[in-house]
Design a protein around this ligand. Structure first.
Ligand code: DLL
Length: 434
């Protein structure tokens, strides 16, 4: 297997990749126009027929699809194969509105597993490894995706799911897990508990594959340091398949998009205009090998940047930077755009761990931002004198990073609930207040 899981695609020359993408796109467009009335209507409305799409250069003629379209078409409206050919569903973790349900044929599951296998091999995984999957299993794609990838690689797979943290760590020690897969916030919690249990020396982990939520470079260094591993990012979304839409290689400078399956574009989120590589905007994906649930120009609402700089790992696949978070996670505080991951960068840079919560409110017609952050046990045992002024220092750094005033409250260790899946960092109490 070597350095790549599927070298043919991962290192494919660009002109060949363009040809492959074009063929698959033409085929997908013809298929959805034929089989999915919802698409036919959208395309007719835009005045575009399958014959107008001759290569990926014609991609921008196609209409966008948004989460609202998927909600409208719930449950079966976007299905592109007979229901009898679908073998699985997965669903988004959203708690409001109708859930989005994605369908898979057996071939779709196989290709998805291969994408995850590429991610595992890219972090050095082989059949000798013990892959500890602590993403949730069930409707969430994290557990099933990495589980399938690990099987493809031939690694021993531990389907732990999330929760029961001490038992997780006991298994990790007893079974000598080498690759940990979970959300970065859960990795930080696991690391904290490993230290509390005094088991740091008994852990054999070498790498982690962490994703499903935005996390900062500072968080990466923190986890790497606490667990003595290399921490790699992985990205994906249920609508497009799940984890493995893109994955990080040994360079750790962004995630390679599996372009033989997904065409990426960056657009201006307001005008919909396609932006050149290197510009920041909303990420849009077109899936070109999915049978059951192919999506054309799906707006992810994730804000990020694409780069085609040559990667030292030898992969020719385009790279996406760490998404800062969804445009819907972005807080607008007194007119200023704030991403929780920016606050995380400042807090970890000031010596805190990633245990924090943001409380947004509106008082006297003006937005307020409170940053509650846990003191580390070492800070907590320091003299009061040393702590004095720490909150002011953090406030000053936040002000220079964000351009707005935040109130920092230092809280006792362990007072903020730990996350076992996607962390909930923001409490927004403004709803309806003037
Ligand atoms: O979170 C799939 C996944 C599972 C990815 C495990 C990676 C690992 P959803 O629940 O549908 O699917 O949420 C998708 O999560 O649009 C992003 O906003 C966010 N997201 C996923 N990966 C990353 C990442 C899974 N590496 C949404 N960095 C996406 C930042 C991420 N945000």
């Amino acid at each position: 297997m070597g350095k790549y899981y599927q070298a043919e695609f991962e290192t494919m020359p660009r002109d060949e990749m363009k040809k492959l993408q074009s063929e698959r796109l033409v085929n997908t467009v013809a298929r959805v126009y034929e089989n999915v009335p919802y698409y036919r209507e959208l395309m007719d409305k835009k005045g575009v027929k399958p014959k107008d799409i001759k290569s990926i250069d014609d991609l921008s003629l196609l209409p966008f699809i948004s989460k609202d379209d998927l909600r409208d078409a719930y449950p079966y409206g976007m299905l592109a194969v007979p229901l009898a050919d679908a073998v699985r569903i997965q669903s988004t973790s959203g708690t409001t509105g109708r859930r989005v349900v994605a369908f898979y044929t057996q071939n779709d599951v196989d290709l998805w597993d291969e994408c995850c296998a590429r991610a595992i091999v890219a972090v050095g995984g082989t059949k000798e490894d013990v892959v500890h999957v602590s993403y949730g299993y069930g409707l969430f794609t994290g557990g099933p995706g990495l589980n399938g990838g690990s099987h493809k690689v031939g690694s021993l797979t531990i389907p732990m799911s999330s929760g029961n943290t001490e038992r997780q760590i006991q298994f990790m020690v007893d079974l000598e897990s080498t690759i940990l897969c979970c959300t970065p916030s859960y990795a930080a919690y696991l690391a904290e508990t490993v230290h509390e249990m005094g088991l740091r020396d008994k852990i054999k982990l070498k790498a982690g594959i962490f994703g499903a939520e935005a996390w900062s470079e500072e968080m990466r260094h923190h986890i790497e340091d606490r667990l003595g591993i290399k921490a790699y990012d992985i990205y994906g979304l249920t609508e497009i398949s799940g984890p493995g839409v893109s994955f990080e290689c040994e360079e750790q400078t962004g995630m390679h998009i599996n372009e033989d399956h997904f065409i990426a574009e960056i657009i201006n989120p307001i005008t919909g205009e396609v932006l050149p590589d290197g510009e920041k905007g909303e990420l849009v994906f077109t899936s070109i090998s999915k049978e059951a649930f192919p999506l054309l120009r799906y707006r992810t609402r994730d804000i990020c940047v694409l780069s085609r700089e040559k990667c030292s790992c030898g992969r020719t696949l385009v790279k996406m930077a760490k998404p800062m978070g969804r445009s819907d996670d972005m807080l607008i505080i007194r007119g200023v755009n704030v991403f929780p991951s920016q606050i995380e960068t400042v807090l970890i840079g000031c010596g805190f761990e990633a245990n924090y919560q943001l409380v947004v409110d509106r008082v006297n017609y003006s937005d307020t931002l409170e940053v509650k952050v846990e003191m580390t046990p070492a800070m907590f045992s320091d003299e009061i004198r040393k702590l004095e002024g720490l909150d002011n220092q953090v406030e000053a750094k936040l002000k220079s990073m964000l351009g707005i005033q935040a109130n920092v409250t230092l809280v006792a260790p362990k007072s903020i609930t730990r996350s076992e899946g996607k962390a909930v960092r923001v409490i927004d109490n403004r709803g309806g207040k003037l």
